[in-house]
Design a protein. Structure first.
Length: 288
């Protein structure tokens, strides 16, 4: 398609008059009429029919106008973003999140985007390393992670702590557990994060302090999987409360002890860029 032809058609559709549109476009009336005719031939449809001195859209012309409205609105948005540094509200917000993160926390973060006037967004789940790569290559606007940025490239990242969620011992209801010193915690079956996870090192220190002898029957770096293993397998788990909010509310799982000085931390990671989506500041402002 020749987009100049489409633009000329769109201009005539807006005015309803060939002469007026020709004056606005600084072309002759005959040249304008010729280019619209070429567009009609290319589409195989008549776009206008005459009604006195005025041009009236046909049904095909009306459909073409709707598409042209969107096409040229996007063109204007492109100019505003690249020339003036303004990002359109309608641009999709691209959010990456670590595959190990709590889905409940992610849902809380994106809640404003699903308000009465929804804002288009895309969610991408991946490893933390992939998140940083996607950010650096401008394929996502923001990354949510449960570990802070570290390494040689940290000067290009902007990492911000959003929240610290308490971590608890979670299990099926009715177990005889009252405190960290409770003998009922000894020799129990556990499902835990892997040894590389910050939560695991905190748990291991508590196990040594209180002389637990945990039977670790499974490890998983995915919090959603730990939730399912605790809920359906009967083992105890060390999980942030936010991960099991629904199960706690429905009493399918029970919080037994909140672990002292142990938190799951959630970070927002961005990079320094001239064209930041306007919704990012709104999302992050809730954590000020």
């Amino acid at each position: 398609m020749n987009y100049r032809h489409l633009y000329y058609f769109w201009s005539v559709a807006k005015t309803g008059h060939l002469t007026q549109a020709a004056q606005q476009l600084h072309v002759s009336q005959s040249a304008l009429s010729s280019q619209i005719k070429q567009l009609e031939e290319w589409l195989g449809q008549t776009l206008f029919e005459r009604e006195g001195r005025r041009l009236k859209l046909t049904q095909a012309g009306y459909i073409a106008t709707q598409y042209a409205d969107r096409i040229f609105a996007e063109g204007q948005s492109l100019v505003e973003q690249l020339k003036q540094g303004k990002t359109s509200q309608a641009t999709v917000v691209r959010i990456g999140h670590a595959s190990t993160m709590s889905r409940n926390f992610v849902e809380q973060f994106i809640a404003p985007l699903m308000s009465a006037t929804p804002q288009p967004f895309r969610l991408h789940s991946m490893s933390t390393h992939q998140l940083l790569t996607e950010l650096a290559e401008h394929r996502i606007d923001i990354a949510l992670a449960n570990t802070d940025v570290a390494g040689q490239d940290e000067d290009i990242w902007q990492s911000r702590l959003l929240a610290r969620q308490p971590v608890s011992i979670i299990g099926i209801p009715g177990l005889p557990i009252q405190s960290l010193a409770d003998p009922a915690l000894c020799n129990r079956a556990w499902v835990l994060p892997p040894t590389s996870a910050p939560l695991r090192s905190g748990f291991d220190m508590l196990a040594t302090q209180y002389q637990w002898s945990p039977q670790i029957i499974a490890e998983a770096d995915d919090m959603a999987m730990l939730r399912l293993l605790a809920r359906d397998g009967g083992a105890l788990a060390v999980i942030p409360d936010v991960v099991v909010k629904d199960e706690l509310d429905s009493r399918r799982l029970q919080r037994y002890v909140t672990l002292p000085n142990l938190f799951e931390q959630f970070y927002a990671i961005t990079i320094k860029q001239p064209f930041q989506h306007p919704w990012l500041s709104r999302l992050l402002a809730r954590y000020d």
